[in-house]
Design a protein around this ligand. Structure first.
Ligand code: JFZ
Length: 418
């Protein structure tokens, strides 16, 4: 990802840093292959063979109101949908291609009803749009494995003109940002500007003009940073950064994007689902570093969330019901938490998250005399505070060696972590 500066922007970021938690949705005809959204590339499936997923796309159980309800119950406040992924298949009725949902057996636009349903539940709207396109006839063959000056690469692309693809990309982006009302996030994906190895980047996409058009059409929109020219939003993917990510020495607007099971698209045979407790920790860890969490669901080809996904979303929702105050409106704290803990803070409210349990005492450096009252968030039960004097501290095995200024909390040993 680019480290370039985030230039002056019209982006409205207030809601974003307040809301903190969103739903990513990866959905397309690859959901029928049901083993990853990169299946066409990974398994070198020909256009002809991939066509079967187009010909059989019929999500008869698609109920975007249900999706929106699940997202809202989970405590999410925005969503980002793949309008087109790398395979080039479009989920809306674009004028610029035939490779779209309205030409499948389903025959209807999927995006408008989705946008409407999520808005009705009070969620903000984000569009993921792939820069890469394995279907478009003018898109130079993805040279991830060949140099741009290889005979083979040149021959394969003799009749392809990236300028025409660029026009298509800009035209489709214009459709997306003019047909569905206010769009809050634009999530382009992605640049890989290694020219030697046939990568693609800002000149191929026309990133400068594209970004200018996006801002002109949707002045408040937040744009991610995958156009290779910076942007409003950093998007580390499938890992938690060790600290608040920076751009030019300044803390950046950022969003961790994470899967539930290691795949973005629906993956039928995956047994490796992350436990809800891990997902909660990811959310807390992210907010403790000043970021948002965009958690992904890959709906099935019939248009439903996998029961495993629903179980996790509901678990998150139950945690958020009781602990949402420690996430929403919160950001990083200047205080340093004890080992295996995180702090989040909202004004003068400091939230301590314990990733390990049980503790008898937990020692908070620098907080002696600064805390008026302490309680467990889940049930508002008081937590006793004490400041141990230095002599006593030296004699007490669970408190030895603590610096002065340490505030000690006495915790109930039997209370579960979340
Ligand atoms: C991209 C997609 O390829 C993937 O299918 C999914 O949509 C994900 C959200 O985004 O994956 C990337 C893109 C960029 C990097 C890594 C994975 N990167 O630059 O490190």
């Amino acid at each position: 990802m680019t480290q370039e500066m985030q230039r002056p922007t019209t982006a409205d970021t207030g809601w974003f840093t307040r809301d903190r938690f969103g739903l990513f949705i990866h959905w397309g005809i690859y959901s029928l292959a049901a083993r990853h959204e990169w299946v066409k590339q990974r398994e070198r499936i020909t256009d002809e063979d991939y066509q079967r997923y187009f010909d059989h796309f019929y999500p008869d159980l698609y109920d975007p109101k249900e999706w929106a309800r699940e997202a809202k119950k989970a405590g999410m406040k925005y969503f980002v949908i793949t309008t087109k992924h790398h395979d080039g298949f479009c989920l809306w009725d674009s004028d610029l291609t035939d490779y779209k949902v309205t030409n499948t057996p389903w025959g209807e636009d999927l995006i408008a009803p989705m946008v409407e349903a999520f808005r009705a539940e009070g969620l903000k709207v984000g569009f993921y749009h792939s820069l890469i396109d394995w279907h478009h006839p003018e898109f130079p063959v993805d040279g991830l494995h060949s140099r741009r000056d290889d005979e083979e690469y040149i021959e394969a692309n003799r009749h392809r003109d990236v300028a025409r693809y660029r026009e298509y990309l800009h035209g489709q982006t214009r459709e997306l940002l003019t047909r569905f009302g206010k769009i809050d996030v634009m999530w382009f994906d992605f640049s890989y500007p290694d020219r030697v190895w046939g990568g693609k980047g800002k000149d191929d996409w026309g990133s400068e003009e594209l970004l200018a058009m996006v801002r002109e059409l949707q002045p408040g929109i937040i744009v991610n940073d995958r156009l290779e020219i910076g942007g409003d939003l950093k998007t580390p993917e499938q890992y938690q950064p060790v600290a608040w990510p920076e751009v030019d020495g300044e803390p950046a607007l950022w969003e961790a994007c994470q899967t539930l099971d290691g795949s973005w698209g629906y993956d039928r045979d995956n047994l490796d689902w992350k436990p809800t407790s891990m997902l909660v920790r990811m959310l807390v860890d992210t907010v403790s570093k000043g970021g948002n969490l965009l958690l992904n669901v890959g709906p099935t080809g019939r248009g439903e969330f996998d029961p495993q996904a629903v179980e996790r979303l509901r678990g998150m929702g139950e945690w958020m019901r009781l602990h949402g105050r420690s996430v929403r409106g919160c950001t990083a704290s200047d205080f340093i938490p004890p080992p295996d803990c995180r702090y989040t803070q909202n004004g003068d409210r400091l939230y301590l998250h314990l990733f390990g349990w049980p503790f008898k005492h937990v020692h908070l450096e620098g907080l002696a005399g600064r805390v008026e009252y302490a309680q467990l968030l889940g049930d508002a039960s008081e937590v006793k505070m004490l400041v141990v004097d230095p002599d006593q501290r030296a004699q007490n095995t669970t408190m030895g060696g603590l610096p002065s200024g340490t505030l000690t909390l006495e915790l109930p040993v039997q209370k579960p972590m979340v």
